[in-house]
Write a protein that binds this ligand. Structure first.
Ligand code: SF4
Ligand code: FES
Length: 243
């Protein structure tokens, strides 16, 4: 396939950004989106140009490093991570626009790479859970209801990619924060610090410059791990109980 690319260039957080263009003539259908970007960089390098900076790590949809806005959609037109998007999704001759996550709380470090450490600081603000350390407990020592275990697992599926923030018109990280609050708050082990955890994580969320939630639902639609909007309601209920 021939693919026309328009990609964001920015030398640093304070620099002004702009789009550059490049056409790749022979993109394989089964190439992943990141492999196509590797190909772009090989061609730029061969022309003596600076490669485009972008983030990736696992390339298997589990680490959350690879977020890009592709044709206006976080992670592109499918509900998946950028690394799991394949070029067969596009047609020969297509023009693809590639931008970094756009959010005040995610400053652009270079080209397509943003600083997402604000999400780490929200998790950090949640603190630890109080559990006895020592020998491994028996598997059934703390009974957990099946539906609670399933919900906790659903919340723990969040990979911290930040697509929910990029999709939200308010730049809110409430879906991410709710996933982190719910996955501990619904388990017996998460009860001792449940109230202070939700208050501290939300305070950090606001301090980082993320916007408020107005229930547009754009976050859940963009989430590659299908974290449900319902978790934001669960977070809000926890917050009301904590105040
Ligand atoms: S809630 Fe979904 S979109 Fe948001 S950080 Fe987690 S996995 Fe990514
Ligand atoms: S590179 Fe790890 S989720 Fe995409």
């Amino acid at each position: 396939m021939k693919i026309n690319l328009e990609y964001w260039r920015q030398a640093g957080p304070k620099a002004e950004g702009h789009f550059e263009t490049h056409t790749i003539q022979n993109v394989a259908d089964d190439a992943s989106f990141l492999e196509m970007l590797d190909q772009l960089n090989e061609e730029l390098f061969a022309e003596g140009k600076e490669p485009v900076a972008f983030d990736s790590d696992c390339r298997e949809g589990i680490c959350g490093q690879c977020g890009l806005v592709i044709n206006g959609d976080p992670h592109g037109p499918l509900v998946t991570t950028t690394c799991q998007l394949h070029m067969r999704t596009f047609k020969d001759g297509d023009t693809i626009t590639i931008e970094p996550w756009r959010s005040t709380a995610f400053p652009v470090l270079r080209d397509l790479v943003v600083d997402r450490t604000a999400l780490d600081r929200i998790v950090q603000a949640g603190g630890y859970i109080s559990v006895n350390t020592g020998a491994a407990p028996d598997a059934h020592a703390v009974p957990v209801r099946k539906e609670h275990a399933d919900k906790s697992f659903e919340a723990a599926a969040c990979i911290g990619c930040g697509a929910c923030v990029a999709a939200c018109p308010n730049g809110s990280a409430m879906l991410f924060t709710s996933a982190k609050v719910v996955h501990l708050g619904i388990l017996p082990q998460g009860q001792p610090e449940r109230k202070e955890r939700v208050v501290n994580m939300l305070s950090q969320h606001d301090a980082e410059g993320f916007g408020g939630c107005t229930n547009t639902g754009a976050c859940a639609s963009a989430c590659p791990k299908q974290v449900p909007l319902e978790f934001i309601s669960m977070l809000n209920r926890d917050l009301i109980r904590a105040l």
